[in-house]
Ligand binder design. Structure first.
Ligand code: BTN
Length: 237
C-alpha cells in the first residue's frame, strides 16, 4: 500500500495536502484524518466532518495540464464503491457525479481540486466517508447514512486500504466507465437543476464516456450536461 500519513484532526485534508504538494510532496502521497474542522465540499459548501468518518486526500501529478477532473471524480467514485462492496458486501450506487449512495442515502462525497502554480501542476482528490457516525448533525441526518452498522476498526482500516489500492489501480488503467455507468442512479430518472438561476427539469437518457449526462427536455430537445456547470437533484432523493 502507498505511504499514508494519519492525523487525528486537521482543518481540511485537501488544504493540508495542497500545502505539502506546493512544498514538493510526491505523486501518490496520501493523507487521512479522523475529523476536519473546515471540511470543504463542492460549490464552496461546508462538508461536515465529525468523528466517525474518514477523510482522505490523494495527490496526483498528471503528466499533462487540463486533466479532466470530472473523470478523476468518477474514477474515485468507482474505487470507493468497489471497495465498500468488497469489504461490507453492501450494494452501492452513484449519484452523478460525486456521491456514493447506499440504500438511497449518501455515504461518501468526492472533491477533486486542481492547482497550476507556475510549472507545478497537480490534483488533490478529496474523499469524505461516513464509516460509523453515531449521530449525524441535523442538516444531514435525513440524507446521510453509515457504511458500517457497528464500530469495527479492523474493517475500517481494511476499507481505507482497499479504497486507496482501488484508486491507484483504476487511475493507472483508466478502466472505470462501465463500472460507473452500471451503478448510476440517475439514468432514466427525472432531475432538476439550476442554470442561470432558472430551475430546469429534464429526464436523464444516458451518461457518455466523458461522464456527461445526456438529458431530454419536455420539448424533446436534448443536451449534454457537464458536472462543472450544474448540480442536480433527483426527484426521489
Ligand atoms: C461533496 O460531497 O460536496 C464533496 C465532499 C468532499 C469532502 C472531502 S473530505 C476530504 C477532503 N477534504 C476536504 O476538505 N474535502 C474533501
Amino acid at each position: 500500500m502507498k505511504n499514508i500519513k494519519f492525523y487525528e484532526c486537521v482543518t481540511s485534508t485537501n488544504d493540508l495536502l495542497k500545502e505539502k504538494a506546493l512544498n514538493g510532496a510526491k505523486d501518490g502521497t496520501v493523507i487521512a484524518a479522523l475529523s476536519q474542522t473546515n471540511g470543504r465540499g463542492r460549490r464552496g459548501k461546508t462538508f461536515i466532518s465529525d468523528k466517525g468518518g474518514m477523510y482522505l486526500s490523494i495527490l496526483v501529478r498528471p503528466t499533462f495540464i487540463d486533466f479532466d477532473t470530472t473523470l478523476l471524480t468518477s474514477m474515485t467514485a468507482v474505487a470507493v464503491c468497489k471497495a465498500i462492496e468488497t469489504v461490507t458486501n453492501k450494494n452501492t450506487e452513484i449519484k452523478w457525479v460525486n456521491d456514493v449512495i447506499i440504500g438511497g442515502k449518501k455515504v461518501c462525497g468526492i472533491l477533486c481540486e486542481s492547482c497550476l502554480c507556475g510549472e507545478d501542476y497537480f490534483v488533490i482528490v478529496g474523499i469524505g466517508l461516513n464509516y460509523f457516525c453515531e449521530n449525524f448533525q441535523k442538516e444531514i441526518e435525513n440524507i446521510a447514512t453509515n457504511i458500517f452498522d457497528i464500530k469495527d476498526e479492523i474493517k475500517e482500516k481494511e476499507l481505507t486500504k482497499k479504497i486507496i489500492d482501488n484508486f491507484f489501480e483504476i487511475y493507472n488503467s483508466g478502466e472505470f466507465f462501465e463500472d460507473y455507468k452500471k451503478r448510476s442512479v440517475v439514468i432514466g430518472k427525472q432531475i432538476t437543476f439550476y442554470k442561470n438561476e432558472k430551475q430546469i427539469s429534464a429526464t436523464v437518457l444516458d451518461i457518455d464516456e466523458k461522464c456527461r449526462l445526456l438529458v431530454e427536455y419536455s420539448d424533446k430537445s436534448r443536451e449534454f450536461l457537464s458536472s462543472g456547470e450544474i448540480s442536480i437533484k433527483l426527484k426521489e432523493l
